[in-house]
Design a protein around this ligand. Structure first.
Ligand code: B12
Length: 215
């Protein structure tokens, strides 16, 4: 079976909320030696885009979004142990990561965390719904090299901006590089709020983080 066919099987299973077949496609991908990251991009992210579009068109509702998140969580459990570099020494630098206040989306953030760790970063994951003050406290106390923020809904973008202002007000903005990711985030937004970089996806984000620490 080709990787395109396995990805298609995963997408069909996920869109039909068939968790068993989705897990089966992930196992098949691993058995065929497909790079897990490639599979995440061509199968999981694509399936979630289709599901998101169906939600927007009112073919799907919140229960389907929750079910899709569950399918992805179970699928990632199968793929993660096969990601190259897992278990590397954590000596590249320290990253604090979290999803902006009022935002509960964490699938993308978790993928980024996982890749950062796989590459050798120490990651402090603050989870979802993280207020600006919390980011500031942790940056002050943990002195990370990088602060990484995820925002998936347009309405939570101002919270990212608030975090930048809070870092400035606490006089610690210059101590840390700031990278922002998530579908609604644009280069223009990143420049406007004075962050250091936009990440289009996990690989792009990890590449930028590695460059900052000279790796
Ligand atoms: C699954 C999902 C949910 C799940 C989330 C479960 C979870 N544990 O995460 C649940 C059901 C909770 C949910 C809820 C809601 N959701 Co929702 N959800 C989605 C969906 C279908 C998939 C998101 C996802 O995981 N994508 C896959 C990951 C891998 O992609 P990603 O997040 O973009 O991350 C990648 C990159 O962006 C990047 N990245 C992301 N963050 C970061 C951070 C850094 C630092 C870096 C380096 C990189 C990076 O790297 C990742 C990997 O490559 C999207 C549709 C979509 N296509 O995005 C809607 C979507 C994001 N949701 C949406 C909405 C409206 C909602 C709700 C408001 C619905 C409601 N009426 O209640 C609530 C909001 C709840 C809240 N307060 O947060 C809208 C947002 C529209 C907008 N632009 O504002 C979307 C786009 C759906 C749509 N088309 O309408 N949702």
């Amino acid at each position: 079976m080709t990787k395109e066919k396995i990805a298609e099987d995963f997408i069909n299973a996920a869109v039909n909320m068939d968790i068993k077949s989705a897990k089966g496609a992930c196992k098949e991908a691993i058995a065929k030696g497909i790079d897990p990251y490639e599979f995440i991009e061509m199968a999981i992210t694509k399936a979630l885009t289709i599901i998101g579009d169906k939600f927007e068109n009112e073919e799907f509702f919140l229960p389907e979004l929750f079910m899709a998140a569950e399918i992805v969580k179970k699928s990632m459990k199968i793929l993660e142990p096969h990601i190259k570099g897992s278990g590397k020494k954590k000596n590249l630098g320290k990253v604090v990561i979290g999803t902006a206040k009022s935002d509960m989306h964490d699938i993308g953030k978790n993928i980024v965390s996982f890749f950062l760790e796989a590459e050798g970063f120490e990651v402090i994951d603050l989870g979802v719904d993280v207020p600006a003050e919390k980011f500031v406290d942790v940056v002050r106390n943990e002195k990370p090299d990088i602060l990484a923020i995820s925002a998936l809904i347009t309405l939570t973008m101002p919270e990212v901006s608030n975090t930048m202002k809070a870092l400035e007000n606490a006089n610690i903005r210059n101590q840390v590089k700031v990278i922002i990711g998530g579908a609604p985030i644009t280069q223009e937004f990143v420049e406007d709020i004075g962050a250091d970089a936009l990440a289009l996806n996990a690989i792009d984000g990890v590449k930028k983080c590695k460059r900052w620490v000279g790796a």
